[in-house]
Design a protein around this ligand. Structure first.
Ligand code: ATP
Ligand code: MG
Length: 507
């Protein structure tokens, strides 16, 4: 008997959710079986996280829908009830207490106790087999603060297992994992699946969907579009379900050979921090998109942070249009004309309780005031409206708080704010992380347009197809140094050879 003939473990029927004037979900249904990985896909703002927050009891659905577990009606409505039904959600932003141990985190909120005190020995006794089941090799007494992001993700899963979860939701779990950690997560998912646990898996990464999922359900604009079986999966089918049209016009750029005659806009000479970055030099010319590739941990972000003044450099200098800069902070860099988009989704640099408009205008309002003498609200509103349109930020209006945007749309709002400062050089660290296919294509087009307007652009990305697609030239980092440069035609093999240090007999 296949999973499909069994009674579903979870059925969500006609689920709707309204926030103020906007409808995030309208009559969405989802059916999930025990032992399957069910992927949930859709563009940024389609309603994926909202649907899962209803399942976890974080949000209450509008009246009219129903949830069945094992065929029986379930009343969710608050997190404790959802937990009692065996539902565990691992959110994009992890929720562990960094100063507690792994075991303490696993049992947070339902600690085994003796005589009213937390029973540490009992906690360890119960934690160990769960960690073992997940193939985890770090100790339950480690403090969470000492663990890598991937290891923390595992602790979240371990915590779900202490509550006997039967349905585990993972909302974009791999966005900040290394490829090693991702592989490990996939092993764990396979084990959970074999134990009959249902996994609802949210991701924008097509390869992951192919690799993991038994079925895929697609949401679009808060509505259920359909479900595909593994055998029927194809990129073009999924994309057209998600965006409602064929994406045949997916962005493709003309690679430019930016010649040496063009002056360097950004020059970095022998920069280093004595720890993770050593003696790095490079130049980016006007109109050029320079890719920086390398394995996770090779020092790409650390290099960018030195250039941008976020960390202290112990050697080297940074020049803009031939003039040495004294950059001691990101503010100095921005004032000089170097803007940096952070890779860190958690610390996006957005003010979540402020409006989209205020966030977008934040960097330029001071300049406005200088020119006009007063804050120009009309101009600010127009600027925000234009940016929302240009980047297709999905929102009911520019006065809505940024915190109410979906994850991918927050990323776009941050990019909009940077662009308003009209930088001369732009450093983008993982610019399309968590961004859906359509918006990715738009961001690539925008990067290309900016380059055509003479901005010097650096793109750091772990996504090789992305680097190959948008860079005019690629630097590859390894162990904190620039291991090599790849010029056109830019080929994946050449990048990998430098990244892994296997360039022995390469040209
Ligand atoms: N707390 C909230 N208040 C107001 N609107 C909200 C809130 N949470 C979500 N929304 C809106 O609901 C819609 C769906 O958002 P949701 O976060 O579910 O999207 P998503 O599919 O998870 O997108 P992403 O891929 O970008 O994470 C969006 O239009 C969003 O702005
Ligand atoms: Mg989301």
């Amino acid at each position: 008997m296949t999973a499909h003939e069994q009674r579903p473990l979870l059925e969500m029927r006609d689920i709707s959710k309204t926030f103020g004037a906007s409808k995030a979900l309208s009559q969405v249904s989802l059916t999930v079986h025990a032992g399957e990985v069910h992927a949930l896909m859709g563009e940024n703002g389609a309603g994926k996280s909202t649907l899962m927050k209803i399942l976890s009891g974080a949000y209450t659905a509008d009246p009219g829908g129903s949830v069945l577990i094992d065929g029986a009606a379930a009343t969710l409505g608050d997190p404790l009830k959802a937990k009692a039904y065996g539902i565990a959600v691992i959110y994009q932003e992890l929720s562990l207490a960094p100063n507690l141990t792994v075991a303490q985190n696993m049992f947070l909120g339902n600690e085994p106790s003796r005589f009213g005190l937390a029973d540490r020995a009992e906690m360890r006794r119960r934690a160990d087999p769960i960690l073992k089941q997940l193939g985890i090799d770090f100790d339950a007494s480690r403090r969470v603060a000492e663990l890598s992001l991937g290891e923390r993700q595992m602790v979240e899963i371990a915590r779900a297992l202490t509550t006997n979860a039967r349905i585990i939701v993972m909302d974009e779990p791999t966005t900040s994992l290394t490829s090693r950690e991702t592989e490990k997560l996939f092993d764990v998912i396979a084990r959970l699946k074999a134990d009959g646990i249902a996994i609802i898996y949210i991701s924008h990464r097509m390869e992951e969907i192919y690799q993991l999922s038994d079925r895929v359900s697609v949401l679009r604009d808060g509505a259920y579009v359909g479900t595909l079986d593994r055998a029927d999966l194809s990129a073009s089918k999924l994309v057209s379900m998600m965006v409602g049209r064929d994406l045949s016009s997916f962005y493709k750029k003309e690679h430019r050979q930016v010649t040496d005659e063009r002056a360097a806009v950004l020059s970095v000479r022998n920069i280093g921090d004595g720890i993770k970055v050593h003696d790095c030099s490079f130049e980016v010319r006007a109109g050029e998109v320079l890719g920086i590739a390398g394995l996770v941990g090779s020092g790409r972000t650390e290099l960018a942070r030195l250039v941008y003044g976020a960390d202290h450099r112990t050697s080297g200098e940074v020049m803009l249009n031939g003039k040495p800069l004294s950059i001691a902070s990101p503010r100095d860099a921005l004032d000089a004309g170097i803007a940096y988009l952070t890779e860190d989704r958690k610390a996006l640099g957005l003010f979540l309780d402020m409006s989209i408009s205020d966030n977008i205008n934040m960097g330029v309002i001071a300049a406005d005031a200088k020119v006009g003498g007063a804050l120009d609200f009309k101009r600010a509103r127009e600027r925000a409206a234009q940016a929302v349109k240009a980047l297709s930020i999905r929102t009911a209006g520019t006065q809505i708080n940024v915190g109410a945007l979906s994850g991918g749309n927050q990323q776009k709002a941050l990019l909009a704010r940077l662009l308003e400062t009209r930088p001369k050089a732009l450093i983008l660290d993982e610019p399309t992380r968590g961004v859906d296919v359509g918006a990715k294509s738009e961001i690539y087009r925008i990067i290309d347009e900016l380059a055509q307007n003479g901005i010097a652009i650096v793109v750091i990305s772990s996504d090789l197809p992305e680097i190959l697609g948008i860079a005019d030239r690629v630097l590859v980092m390894r162990e904190g140094r620039i291991a090599g440069e790849v010029n056109q035609p830019i080929e994946q093999e050449a990048i990998m050879a430098f990244a892994t240090g296997t360039t022995g007999n390469a040209a």
